[in-house]
Design a protein around this ligand. Structure first.
Ligand code: SF4
Ligand code: FES
Length: 259
């Protein structure tokens, strides 16, 4: 395949960025998208040009670092996969592929396609943890949890913190990310200890970081590589309500949970 790349180049956070065009020849359709980027960088280095900076680590859909907009979509044209799981056979011979960083104020560009997603870390630090000792596998097996609840918690825990939900949202809302992090703990008994403060603290940190509000367009879920459901946002809203109410009337949570 012969392709043309239009890649966002930006020297640092404050520098003015812009697109640069690069032509690549004889790219295998079976190459992964990141391998194609490696070919580009080899070529740039050979010619003495600064390689394109992009984040990557696991290259198997786990770490969530390979975040980039490809032809106007986070993680490219295929549903339910990350950029590192994308292959060049998803594009046509002769195609121009536009590659951009996540564009959201709380994710400032560090260089080229690398953005600072430490805002997510601070949201998790605000409440995305449990303080109880959860023990090892035998201890976990001692706590009876229904299969449907375990599956739902696991679905939420699949969030890899990539930030595609924020980047694709017209409001740069982080609600799907926060909802996944709250949900995975709210569904399990191990998450009960911090349940009264978790949602409130995480939402407060989300607001402080400058993420926008959710207006139910559901683009986040449609573009999420782990297909996290917006139903988790409903649970986040409910947990937030309980957190707000808990200091006044703790029994509200118990009544609804029992119901
Ligand atoms: S909810 Fe989906 S899109 Fe958002 S950070 Fe998690 S995995 Fe990425
Ligand atoms: S490099 Fe880890 S998810 Fe893509």
């Amino acid at each position: 395949m012969n392709i043309r790349l239009k890649v966002w180049r930006q020297a640092n956070t404050t520098a003015k960025g812009g697109f640069k065009k690069y032509d690549l020849e004889e790219i295998s359709p079976d190459m992964s998208f990141l391998e194609m980027m490696d070919v580009l960088n080899d070529k740039l280095e050979m010619s003495g040009e600064d390689p394109v900076h992009f984040d990557h680590d696991c290259r198997e859909g786990i770490c969530g670092t390979c975040s980039m907009f490809i032809n106007g979509r986070p993680h490219g044209p295929q549903r339910g996969i990350t950029t590192c799981q994308l292959h060049m056979r998803s594009f046509k011979d002769g195609e121009t592929i536009t590659i951009e960083p996540w564009r959201a104020k709380p994710f400032p560009v560090i260089k080229d396609l690398v953005v600072d997603r430490s805002a997510f870390d601070r949201i998790v630090q605000a409440g995305g943890y449990v303080s109880v000792s959860t023990g090892g596998v035998p201890d976990a097996n001692e706590i009876p949890i229904s299969m449907s609840t375990a599956n739902e918690a696991m679905d939420a825990a699949a969030c890899i913190g990539c930030g595609a939900c924020v980047a694709t949202c017209k409001n740069a809302s982080a609600m799907l990310f926060v909802a996944a992090k709250v949900s995975q703990l709210a569904l399990l008994p191990q998450g009960e200890v911090e349940a009264k403060i978790r949602a409130e603290n995480m939402v407060a940190q989300m607001d402080k970081e400058g993420f926008g509000n959710c207006t139910n367009t559901e683009a986040c879920s449609a573009e999420c590589p782990k297909e996290i459901s917006v139903l988790h946002i409903a649970r986040l809203n409910r947990e937030y309500y309980f957190a707000k109410q808990s200091s006044e009337n703790i029994s509200v949570r118990e009544e609804v949970h029992e119901g």
